[in-house]
Structure formats: structure tokens, C-alpha cells
Design a protein around this ligand. Structure first.
Ligand code: AHR
Length: 660
């Protein structure tokens, strides 16, 4: 990561220079659009999404739980919790105190034992995940497990308090009987608050055990109890993604093998999912997030369900026995690799097996008897070197022996070129790998200059999954990176090159996907959110325009017989959508000067109207934000006169033309 950041540190200043053309004359470019079939299909998976629990994307984000460390499982079990009236060292008799009881035989090991000496004074508080976001008019489900041990505690009083200490909703729950019991209550907040906290008080004195203190909005995606944040899933849905890659990213690998993502642990009952430190907790010294853990409330079943909801192919990525090579690079010995391979085989059965199979039965019991029809699986995330190839071979052999139709994604490391990349590709080619994942976090200039990257790829080799990419306005892992218009524009230019090479590139995804404004580690990111709302970046709208207009078949667009890949700062790709009977042209003008194009359609009959969608902004450093999304697509209808398509292409813009 460090090397990459050095290489691209000067990206922003260079990029401004790139766009400094001053010539004001509007030039017309004469383009040819050839409707003849190229026999190249745009794969339905062409534009997808990459999901990783980084930047509070799952816990604190998509997974709508509002309580931090709800079951006291963090390595510091009181993280997120406070007892404002309790002295830490010698609890005062005038209040009460909490201890943690651990049962190591369980996956949810800890629970809180609360001793209340004075119920007028004892308070337990939870601060939420960077506060608790509440919307007036909505309802919130509180639940907790409680065991009444001794004394006369008769009620648990729960209050939601705003930033100024004002009570905004309150509910009391009567405690009955002994043994562990689950209690439920509903809050109706009297106002909208971004950073509320939960306060718990007790009626009576005594001792109770408490665990799984949880708070969810009732308004989740599809109204599912304990579900996903509606506004965030909606943004994913609007992208119409072809696939959903999950659960990462480096989080798949873990800092150590023990901290790798283990899907089987995430499909048990929610309260039994063993919490794990998040890899991004201390990933970057400049953005330490010591309270970042994984509850796995969003686990593998939920990921498959989400993919189904989005109409996207599920694309799980599994550990191949190599911990993150930027961290410990811990390796499982070859003779110990079997359980990792078995995890992959079992996952395919979990997703696709019928209810008579061991893992298909488990899926059915969770509530989904219909198989998910998974077609892809990733072996390792961002691995490199001979150790990877050696392990990949074992996975490939075992997976294809049992499931010959499953397509395997292999990795080419963290960079788009260099020794590791070349070695990975050379070896994977020899092994007839099916789809190779490439990652590139790079400067906007790189994206503009590399729109022809895949023109040079071997047409007979593996297909490409551009699995993680994003233009960095400052440099990789620099905290000042912005999702500005320059980065989005350069990605749009590059994406015309992806589309033009749809015979080689069959899957692509921007990364990372989400970031919490107060909980992020990595920037730039496609969608930013806080506890109440979210906004889409210009980069999001670029992804959306390509994905919503991907078409079904590639056709040719050219100037003087050549593809448009950056000469005169113009980039273009064209597709037909045989289902919608539409021709779609995407043009990027990366110069600071408006230009015009006259497109001459051949071998294609066009309507006399076209829809023109323009995404642009006056300044390259412009951004969207929580207050306003100024960089959004704007649509207009234009007439086509005498079969000639004449269109103005504004300076620094992405223009999508749609013709029936
Ligand atoms: O997207 C952030 C990280 O970048 C991913 O986890 C990793 O695969 C890459 O290095």
C-alpha cells in the first residue's frame, strides 16, 4: 500500500495540469456508428458491486443494528457502554455495577451481570455506533435477553436521549419469572436525532444478567426484522448491479489466519455468531478505529439474500489459507489446506444444494429452500506469489472435480502491473484460469491514459474481473482523497475502455462501496452515509449510468476508423440493447473545452429522437455532499435530423445517448 501511495502522491496536481487546455473553438468530431454485430456480448455481470465491511459498511452501516457491542463480546467487553454513576475501581453502594461473566464453551461467550444497589442512581448507557440515528415518526424495536438472579428488580426502563440530554422516547418493560428470557419493546422517538444514546435504568434492587441488548429500526429493507438499512440498500438496488461480491476485500484474508472470514460461523442464529475484531480496526495509523468489530449480523445467508433482492449474481470470495500479505502474511501449510478447500465445497452446496444435502438442508432451515443458483466463487482476495498459485491449484482441482460449472475467480495481487502481477498472470494463464481479478487504485491520469489497457489483452486467455478500482485524487490510502468530479470523470473514460473490451472484461466493480462519515478508514468510497442519511458521489452516478445502460451487445463507434480512447480527450463506447431495442453510446470529453460530435449511423435504423443524459460539473474538484447532490445526471430529449446525430458534448462530461 505504501509503495502505491508514493507512486501516486502527485496525482492531483498533475491532473489539474492535464485539463488546462485554453483553446475556446468548438470542434466537431465526425464519428461512425456501425450497428453490425460484433458477436461480442456484454455480460449481465459487466457492472457489479464490491462489498466489504470497511468504513463501517456492515456494522454501523448496512446492518441496521444501532447498539455498539450489544452482547459484550469485544475484547474490551465494556466498549460502547458506560455507567455514569459508577466509580471504576470501587463501585459505590449508592449506585450499582456491572461485571462480565464469560462462558468459554459458547460462541457468544460474555454477558453482563448487573448489580443494582440504588435504583435511583444506577444507569447503564450505550453510545451507539458513532451515536444512534433516530427518525421522528418511525418505530424502533428494542430487545434484550435477561435472567433475573436475585432481589426485586421488577422493570427495566429504557430511554433514548438526544445529544443535549433530552428524553425523546421511553419505554418500561416488566420483568417476570426466572431463567433467561427475551424481552421486546418499541420506541417512537419524538424527534429526529443523529447521535442519540440508549439509557437503561432499573426499578428495584437486585442482580440480573443481560445479553444481546439490541435496537433496530422497524423500517428496514423489505421490512425484515433485524435487517438492513433501507436507504443504503436502495442505493445499491438503483445501480442494477450484475453481481454482488462479498465479504471483501482484505477482510476475507484477515490480519492472521485466525482472523480470516469464516462463513460457517456467520450462518448460525444471530446471537450465536462469534464476534471478531474488524481487520480495519487498526489498519491505518491515521484512522485508527479501535471500536470496530464484526458482529456478523450481516452474514453469508444475508449476503446471498441481498444478492437475490438486487437481482445480482452472488460472488463470495473465500480465504485460500493466506492471511493478508500486507499484514502477517501467515500461510497455512499445504498439508493443512483441506479444511479451507472443504469450506469452498460446502459453500457451493449451501448455496446450490437441494434440501436433501447437508448444507442445502441448513439453508432450507434458515428459510430459503430454493437454491441461490450461485455461479461464481473467488479463491483468495488480493494474494500474490508462488504460495498463492500453489494453493489456487488445489482449490481449482477440488472445486471443478465436484462442480465443473462453477466459475472460479483467481487473483493477480494488489497492483495492475509489476513483478507480482506479471508472475500471477503468467501462471494463471498456464493453468487456464477462468476469470482473473485485477485491482487498481491509481491516479486520475492513470485511468485516462489506460482506457486502452484491455485492447492489448490476449483474446484467448482468461477473462478479466476488474474487481477493485477507484481513481485516487491524492494517492492510495491518503486520508485527503476526495470523490471529486475529476476522479469520476477519469473512471468514466476508463470504463468506456472496459466496455469496448467486453469480450475480455466480463466483470467490474468500484471499491470500496460505503463509508460512514464518522467511521471511515479508507477514502474515496462510492456512497457516503451518516446515521440518518446518505449521499451518492459523482463516481456513483458514473457507475449507475454505465450499469443502467449496459446493453446486451457491443457495437463499434470510431473516428477515422479508430476507436475513441483518449485522442483529443475523447473516449467512447457503444452497445445495443436487443431486449429494449435501443442503441446506447457513451462519450467522455475530458478536455476543458466543449466539443461536438456528428455521429453517422450505419447498418442500424434509428428513431428520430434521442435521449441525452449528461453528467458534468463546472469544477474538477467539485463534490457531492450530505447537503446537496449537485453532480447528478441530467436528461433531455433531442431530435435527430436527416439521420445525423449531432450532439454537443460539454467540457469535462460523460454523455450517454440512447436511441430507439
Ligand atoms: O478496498 C479496500 C482494500 O483494498 C481491499 O480490502 C483490498 O482488497 C485492497 O487492498
Amino acid at each position: 500500500m505504501k509503495t502505491r501511495s508514493k507512486i501516486f502522491a502527485t496525482a492531483f496536481s498533475l491532473s489539474l495540469a492535464f485539463f488546462s487546455a485554453q483553446n475556446k473553438t468548438i470542434k466537431t468530431h465526425f464519428l461512425d456508428l456501425d450497428g453490425t454485430s460484433t458477436n461480442i456480448k456484454i455480460q449481465p455481470t459487466m457492472y457489479g458491486i464490491f462489498f466489504e465491511d470497511i468504513n463501517f459498511a456492515a456494522d454501523g452501516g448496512l446492518y441496521a443494528e444501532l447498539i455498539k457491542n450489544r452482547s459484550f463480546e469485544f475484547d474490551e467487553p465494556l466498549t460502547g457502554w458506560k455507567q455514569p454513576n459508577t466509580k471504576t475501581l470501587s463501585p459505590n453502594l449508592d449506585s450499582g455495577f456491572l461485571t462480565i461473566i464469560t462462558d468459554k464453551s459458547k460462541t457468544n461467550k460474555n454477558y453482563a451481570r448487573i448489580t443494582v444497589w440504588n435504583d435511583k442512581n444506577y444507569i447503564l448507557e450505550n453510545e451507539g455506533l458513532r451515536g444512534i440515528g433516530l427518525h421522528q415518526g418511525e418505530k424502533y424495536d428494542l430487545s434484550f435477553n435477561l435472567e433475573n438472579i436475585s432481589g426485586n428488580i421488577s422493570a427495566i426502563n429504557t430511554n433514548l436521549i438526544d445529544e443535549n440530554g433530552t428524553l425523546i422516547s421511553s419505554v418500561s418493560t416488566i420483568i417476570k419469572g426466572g431463567g433467561w428470557q427475551k424481552y421486546n419493546a418499541v420506541f417512537s422517538p419524538s424527534k429526529t436525532v443523529e447521535k442519540a444514546k440508549l439509557e437503561i435504568t432499573f426499578t428495584g434492587k437486585g442482580i440480573v444478567n443481560m445479553d444481546m441488548i439490541s435496537l433496530f429500526p422497524q423500517e428496514t429493507w423489505k421490512g425484515r426484522k433485524g435487517g438492513l438499512r433501507k436507504d443504503l440498500v436502495q442505493k445499491l438496488y438503483d445501480l442494477q448491479p450484475g453481481f454482488l461480491r462479498f465479504p471483501g476485500g482484505c477482510i476475507v484474508e484477515g490480519r492472521t489466519l485466525a482472523e480470516r472470514y469464516q462463513w460457517k460461523k456467520t450462518i448460525v442464529k444471530v446471537e450465536d455468531r462469534e464476534n471478531l475484531i474488524n481487520k480495519w480496526n487498526n489498519g491505518f495509523a491515521h484512522r485508527l478505529t479501535p471500536d470496530y468489530w464484526q458482529s456478523f449480523g450481516l452474514g453469508f445467508f444475508e449476503y446471498f439474500q441481498l444478492a437475490e433482492d438486487l437481482g445480482a449474481e452472488p460472488l463470495p470470495i473465500l480465504s485460500c489459507g493466506m492471511a493478508c500479505q500486507f499484514n502477517t502474511a501467515e500461510l497455512v501449510k499445504m498439508e493443512d489446506l483441506d479444511p479451507y478447500v472443504q469450506d469452498a465445497l460446502d459453500l457451493i452446496e449451501f448455496a446450490n444444494g437441494d434440501s436433501n444435502t447437508k448444507w442445502g438442508k441448513i439453508r432450507t432451515e434458515i428459510g430459503h429452500s430454493k437454491p441461490f443458483n450461485m455461479k461464481f466463487i473467488g479463491v483468495g482476495n488480493e494474494q500474490w506469489g508462488a504460495d498463492y498459485i500453489e494453493r489456487y491449484k488445489v482449490f481449482e482441482k477440488a472445486i471443478h472435480a465436484k462442480y465443473p460449472d462453477i466459475k472460479i475467480i483467481s487473483g493477480s495481487g494488489p497492483s495492475p502491473d509489476g513483478e507480482f502481477f506479471d508472475y500471477g498472470w503468467k501462471e494463471l494463464k498456464k493453468l487456464n484460469a477462468q476469470i482473473v481479478d485485477e485491482h487498481y487504485y491509481n491516479s486520475p491520469e492513470w485511468f485516462l491514459k489506460n482506457a486502452d489497457r484491455y485492447d492489448k489483452y490476449d483474446r484467448r486467455g482468461p477473462k478479466v474481473f476488474a474487481g477493485e478500482y477507484a481513481a485516487q485524487s491524492v494517492g492510495v490510502v491518503k486520508p485527503d482523497n476526495k470523490n471529486n468530479w475529476l476522479t469520476a470523470l477519469s473512471e468514466a473514460a476508463f470504463m468506456t475502455g472496459l466496455e469496448r473490451n467486453a469480450d475480455v472484461v466480463t466483470m467490474t466493480s468500484y471499491a470500496p462501496l460505503f463509508a460512514h462519515a464518522d467511521g471511515w478508514q479508507w477514502t474515496p468510497d462510492l456512497i457516503w452515509f451518516n446515521n440518518l442519511k446518505s449521499y451518492a458521489t459523482p463516481n456513483y452516478y458514473v457507475q449507475k449510468l454505465f450499469s443502467n445502460n449496459k446493453g446486451t451487445d457491443l457495437i463499434k463507434i470510431s473516428e477515422n476508423g479508430n476507436p475513441l480512447k483518449g485522442e483529443n480527450n475523447l473516449y467512447a463506447s457503444a452497445v445495443r440493447d436487443l431486449k429494449k431495442e435501443e442503441t446506447i453510446i457513451k462519450i467522455v470529453n475530458s478536455s476543458s473545452q466543449e466539443t461536438s460530435v456528428e455521429i453517422n449511423p450505419k447498418n442500424i435504423k434509428t428513431d428520430n429522437r434521442l435521449t441525452k443524459i449528461v453528467l458534468t460539473s463546472a469544477g474538477l474538484s467539485d463534490e457531492n455532499n450530505f447537503q446537496s447532490e449537485t453532480i447528478i445526471p441530467k436528461e433531455e430529449v433531442q431530435t435527430i435530423k436527416k439521420g445525423k446525430i449531432s450532439v454537443e458534448i460539454p467540457a469535462n462530461s460523460l454523455v450517454v445517448l440512447k436511441i430507439k
